[in-house]
Structure formats: C-alpha cells, structure tokens
Design a protein around this ligand. Structure first.
Ligand code: SAH
Ligand code: SF4
Ligand code: F3S
Length: 439
C-alpha cells in the first residue's frame, strides 16, 4: 500500500470526513494520487440522502472491479451507505475489501491492514460515542478548514435518513472546537466553516441549552478572517445568533436556512415543526438585522400528498424570501423513514413539471439578488484560476457568490490563492458575478 485515492459523495460533512481520512492515510505513509488507476487503495465516502446519490455510487463502485484484474488494489467503502448497508455491501460488491461506518473513520488504516492480510472486513458501530476529537486532516484547500461542531441529528424530519446513519446529536465541547480553530489558523487557514446537521442547537446535549451564538463569538475571537456555518434549522435560529451575524465582522453575512416547502400543511407532514408564517417572520427578522445578508435555502418538491395548491405556496414563499440561491430536490423515498408509509405518491410527470417551474423561479430570484451587487465593491477570497477561463481568477464574496476577474498585473493565480482582494462587480448572471480589481 503506497498510494490512495478518495472519492467523496454527499454533503460538506462527508467532504470534511474525507479530509480526515486523507490525513490518517498520509500519516500512515501513503501518498494521494489524482487518478484512481494509480491508487493502491481506493476509498469511497458515500451518501444515501437520495436514491440518485446512492445509485451513482453503486454504479461507480461496480466499475472499480476491473482495477483488480491486473494488480492488488484495496477498495474501502465508508460514509452513510457503509453505515446503512454494512455486510450487504459485500454481498452486492464482492470486490470490496473494507466497509466502515460513519463512526469508524479513525479505524480506516487498521482495517486496511487487516484486509490486506486476512480478507474483507466490516466495521460499523451504532454507538452514541462522543465525536472524535481533532484528527489529522489533509485539507483540499489550504486556506479553508471544515470544523465539525456536532455530529448526528435529533430531529425527525419524516423524509430524512440522516439521523439513522449519523446517530443522535452529539456536540463537541466548546473549548475543543475553539482549539481546533486556533490550530487551523496557525496552519494558515483564513476561512472556516462550522458544520453540523443543525448548528443552532449546538450544545443542547452537552450543556442542556444551546450555546451556538456564544460558540460563534469564541470561534471568531480565535482569529480566522471568515467564519461560515451550516446548516441552520429554522426552528432553532435564535435572536442571539442573528445579533452575532449582524455585529461580528468575521462572521460572513450568509445564511443557509432550508425551508423545504412553503405550505404549512406539507411542513407539518414533514415534521419540520415550524409553519409558513413562522418561516416568513424569521426571514423578516434576519433581513431587518442584516439587510445585505445572502440567504440560501433547500426546497423539496413532490413530498407525499403535495397538491398544486401546496406547491403554489412554495412558489409564493420563494417570491417573498428573496433567496440568493436555492438547492432544489425531488423527493426521494428512503426506506425506513416515516414518509415512505404516507402514501399519496405524486405522479412523476407532475413532480417534474413542478420542479421545472420552481427552478425557473429560483433562477429569477438569484439573478435579481446578483444584479443588486453590480457597482458594489466586494472583499473576495481568491480560490484559484477560473475553470471556465484560465486567464481569470475565481474568488468568493462574503455572501458565498462566485466572482470571476482578471488577476492584478504581474501576479499569478497560485500566489494569490487564499488572499483577499477588493473587486468592483461589473456584471451579474444567475450563477456568478464578473468584476474588476479596484485600482
Ligand atoms: N440537516 C440539514 C440537511 C440535511 S440533507 C437540514 O436540516 O437542513 C440536505 C437536504 O437534502 C435537505 O435540506 C433536504 O432538502 C434534502 N433531502 C433530505 N432528504 C431527502 C429526500 N428523502 N428526498 C429529497 N431530498 C431530501
Ligand atoms: Fe434530516 Fe431534518 Fe436532521 Fe436535517 S434536521 S438532518 S433534514 S432530520
Ligand atoms: Fe448524505 Fe450522509 Fe451527508 S446521507 S447528505 S453524506 S450526512
């Protein structure tokens, strides 16, 4: 075992876990390779939140079989499908050597060694153990660190499989989180993203009341230039957190606040525990406190029993909330979740037609918000050359929007990565902005 390749599916928590897997493997003396063909160890970090994600992963996993035809390769499957399917994964894909669960990440090196000598292994814990403290991490972007503040979820949204694969919510002690942030800053990290399924309830399990606003202030004081966080459940977003968003300059004025549906009836069936009016009132409070905040959301279409009227309520809420961006999903039944037994299946063509209408409206909303930035000067963080046009730089605004612009004369993209520049926004489209360095 000398080289490894990790393929990541799913959410930011998985991206974070992949960086930690890479950190552990590098510590074992292995070297990361870009091309799966060159890897002695291939790790799939998987997602099962929607059927499509799982199918895509299964297809790619099946095609790895040929790698084993001409040489010795170890294949490991971790993450949420590993947690859910356990030994069944081996039955389906006999060429897999290691299956490990969401709580067994730290065992990856020893599981690989054991598979090398004694054949396939499965290690999936169901415990409610405290989240692993700081593990070595090999960051994909040197200037950015993911910091998990809590793992698992105590909510029971009726469509969602995450609580069953990630376990109950367990927060990390506040001091541990702040220490990890300080270490990242000492390593040159300028932007951190705090991660949890529901960051707003951070600390409830450990301290008997949420301490997220306090954590945000403590983390900001540890020195990163930018602090982001995701995801916020609307029912738990406190006025205190909104105040920190407004007052703490290091906390980015960007909020991802999944609404899921604009219909109170659907929200109730989803088990979201807020209704349409609660959400609208919350959004008003956020815009009142932070008028220029970038607000993003998740929306689902085709939840069991969704009527045309329910869907129109969703379109209406999108119109009212002035979202900067929305991730839109078609409801996907997940075995073992309560929504599967609700019946009232919405026909596929109806769902698709609603989905298309929703996407069109989201595009209008995003474009309107982006156009409002034309003429403003934004402090942006450079990520590297633009993928569309290598002569341009790609950077992100505080509101998490992509900006393309020409680098300053005589400077290469490489030396600008991870630095901040002032850029005047000149044009806007749905997905990104274009600008010019302020001269
Ligand atoms: N904890 C986060 C999100 C977790 S999953 C939160 O509560 O917001 C990310 C998004 O996937 C969800 O916001 C939801 O919109 C979508 N999602 C979750 N389960 C789904 C399912 N069964 N079908 C379609 N979309 C789903
Ligand atoms: Fe899933 Fe709901 Fe928990 Fe988010 S809050 S992870 S959608 S159960
Ligand atoms: Fe997917 Fe697991 Fe994240 S199911 S969305 S990778 S928590």
């Amino acid at each position: 075992m000398e080289t490894f390749h990790i393929r990541t599916f799913g959410c930011q928590m998985n991206r974070h876990d992949s960086e930690r897997m890479a950190g552990l493997l590098v510590e074992e003396g292995l070297t990361p390779v870009r091309d799966v063909q060159d890897a002695d160890v291939v790790v799939f970090n998987t997602c099962c939140v929607r059927e499509h994600a799982e199918d895509r992963m299964n297809g790619q996993l099946a095609s790895l079989k040929v790698l084993k035809d001409d040489r010795v390769v170890l294949i490991a499957v971790g993450g949420c499908v590993g947690q859910k399917d356990r030994g069944r994964l081996l039955a389906r894909h006999p060429h897999v050597d290691v299956v490990f669960g969401t709580q067994n990440l730290a065992e990856l090196p020893s599981l690989l060694r054991s598979a090398e000598t004694s054949g396939s292994v499965v290690s999936v814990s169901d415990g409610t153990a405290a989240p692993a403290s700081e593990l070595p991490s090999r960051r994909d972007r040197s200037w950015h660190a993911w910091i998990a503040i809590a793992v698992g979820c105590d909510n029971r949204c009726t469509y969602c499989i995450v609580p069953s694969v990630r376990g109950p919510e367990r927060s990390r002690p506040l001091e541990d989180v702040v220490d990890e942030v300080s270490h990242a800053v000492a390593d040159g990290v300028v932007e951190i993203t705090l991660l949890g399924q529901n960051v707003n309830s951070y600390g409830r399990d450990l301290y008997s009341h949420p301490r997220f606003a306090e954590l945000l202030e403590a983390v900001s004081a540890a020195g990163p230039q930018r602090v982001r966080f995701t995801t916020s459940h609307p029912k738990d977003l406190s006025d205190e957190t909104i105040r920190v968003l407004a007052d703490e300059p290091r906390v980015c004025r960007w909020l991802h606040l999944p609404v899921q549906s604009g219909s109170s009836r659907v929200l109730e069936r989803m088990g979201r525990t807020y209704d349409r009016d609660d959400y609208l009132a919350l959004v008003d409070r956020v815009y009142d406190a932070v008028p220029d905040i970038a607000l993003t959301t998740d929306i689902m279409v085709g939840f069991p029993g969704e009527t045309e009227e329910d869907f129109e309520d969703t379109l209406d809420i999108v119109g009212r909330c002035r979202f900067d961006q929305a991730f839109t999903f078609i409801y996907s039944p997940r075995e073992g979740t309560p929504a599967v037994d609700m019946g009232a299946h919405v026909p596929r063509d109806v769902v698709q037609e609603r989905f298309d209408r929703l996407v069109d409206l989201v595009k209008v909303s995003a474009l309107t918000k982006n156009e409002a930035l034309v003429g403003t000067v934004q402090d942006v963080l450079v990520e590297g050359p633009s993928k569309r046009d290598g002569t341009l730089l790609l950077a992100r605004t505080e509101g998490n929007k992509i900006v393309h612009f020409l680098p300053p004369a005589g400077r290469t993209p490489e030396e600008l990565v991870g630095t901040f520049l002032d850029v005047r926004i000149e044009t806007a489209s749905t997905w990104f902005l274009r600008g010019r360095i302020r001269g």
